[in-house]
Write a protein that binds this ligand. Structure first.
Ligand code: URA
Length: 429
């Protein structure tokens, strides 16, 4: 039991720019989880942390207190090494879907405890739930059996992992305090450390469609998370990856599953393949397999075999046709030239407004809704050729989606040079 403190004393200490003591942190996280510190008090403390920051030591202690609020999982009984990936969230980011079976195809256990989407970035579980029959909820025993037998599992994180974070994240969401780097880092890492993975690769997105809009902030978040993981004994590496342009050619639940299956079949958009292979390489190297080229198991079908077994084990039918939306609307290119801009935030917002995402936790999502783009920045397009196709079950959603896309793409005269930023912008270990 943590030594008792007074909530106002803890808030004032951080408000005045001081460092919180270990015992203040242990107490406030525990008392908030139990309901002994009120939401308005934790809101004030979160705002003080956003404005005044936390040191490396405070952030590590805060993370440990959040881990201690719930259960810890244990994968040490598995015969395979474990590696996990976490993305800070982006538009068209379906990488977990091909990545988990790809890495598992090399004998690694990949426990992907995932969430549902909120706002303009989609949730991995929402995507997989578009596969007929597939279920996200597994017991711990089912998860362990699947990890041992198949290697890959993508399922809902149980409510027992870091319950302090669940409560605090919901509060930050409605108090303008999501963007504090120590709070984002401790939120993500408390769940990953409690999950018990041996190694972790972080995909920290940077650009208009990401939490972190500039490289400096993204680097600081990555450094903070890598330090937290390393200090907790988890082999942790971060890649900083581009999210000014959406990934691949689709954003939306079933649309992204279809694209992932193309990647697992040895095809798919080049950027999705490149990022999948880069992250797989990091996860395999972290588990001692730096002798392989992960693209081989995309080409050979070995990753696809694991995908089919993983989907089937969770009740899904990998051969069932994926749902499609009832209505579609095509946006044609207004002029000929080079597509020099396709803004990730605009596309994400449009997909969300079409029904692919939710405004409030618990709202339903449409499986078939979303956006397809038929050209990527750098491509030459001809006037009137289809540029984007919007999909939804409810046609009255088109207008607001088109508003989101207004100004979200730009075509420059033929011959205009276009130099893309590299997809992987930095690596932090
Ligand atoms: N994802 C999380 O899990 N927590 C945050 O604070 C931000 C993104």
């Amino acid at each position: 039991m943590a030594e008792a403190h007074d909530a106002v004393e803890v808030i004032v200490a951080k408000r005045d720019g001081g460092a919180l003591s270990d015992s203040q942190i242990d107490w406030v996280v525990d008392a908030y989880t139990r309901g002994a510190v009120a939401d308005e008090q934790m809101s004030a403390l979160a705002m003080a942390i956003l404005l005044n920051g936390m040191s490396r030591h405070e952030t590590a202690r805060w993370t440990a207190a959040m881990i201690a609020s719930g259960e810890r999982m244990d994968f040490s009984g598995l015969s395979r090494p474990t590696a996990d990936k976490h993305s800070t969230g982006g538009v068209g980011d379906k990488i977990t879907l091909p990545l988990a079976p790809l890495v598992a195809s090399y004998g690694v256990a990949v426990p992907q405890l995932s969430g549902r989407g909120l706002g303009h970035t989609g949730g991995t579980l929402d995507k997989l739930e578009s596969i007929p029959g597939w279920r996200a909820a597994l017991t711990n025993d089912e998860m362990l059996a699947q990890l041992e037998g198949i290697g890959a599992v993508i399922c809902a994180a149980g409510s027992g992992l870091a319950p302090a974070d669940k409560k605090l994240y919901a509060l930050r969401d409605v108090t303008g305090t999501v963007e504090a780097i120590p709070l984002i880092a401790s939120s993500i890492m408390s769940k990953k450390i409690a999950e018990g993975t041996g190694s972790l690769v972080l995909d920290v997105k940077v650009g208009s469609g990401a939490f972190m809009k500039d490289l400096g902030q993204a680097r600081e978040l990555a450094r903070t998370m890598v330090d937290l993981g390393t200090d907790a004994g988890v082999h942790t590496v971060a890649l900083l990856t581009e999210m000014a342009v959406p990934l691949g050619l689709t954003a939306g639940n079933a649309l992204e599953v279809r694209e992932s299956v193309e990647v697992l079949s040895g095809g798919g958009p080049a950027d999705v393949v490149e990022l999948t292979v880069a992250l797989a390489g990091e996860m395999l190297a972290a588990t001692g397999r730096d002798d392989v080229d992960p693209s081989e198991h995309l080409a050979s079908g070995a990753a696809m075999d694991v995908w089919r077994r993983m989907i089937t084990a969770q009740g899904g039918d990998p051969d069932a046709p994926l749902p499609t939306a009832r209505e579609s609307h095509v946006v044609n290119a207004p002029s000929s030239g080079v597509l020099v801009e396709l803004d990730a935030m605009a596309v994400g917002l449009a997909a969300w407004r079409l029904g692919a995402g939710r405004a409030r936790a618990g709202d339903p999502v449409q499986a078939g809704a979303g956006v397809e783009w038929h050209a990527r920045p750098g491509d030459v397009v001809a006037v009137d050729q289809p540029l984007l196709t919007l999909h939804t079950d409810e046609p009255d959603r088109f207008e607001r989606a088109l508003e989101a896309l207004d100004g979200g793409y730009r075509i420059a005269p033929v011959g205009t040079p276009y130099t893309p930023d590299p997809l992987v912008r930095d690596r932090i270990s």
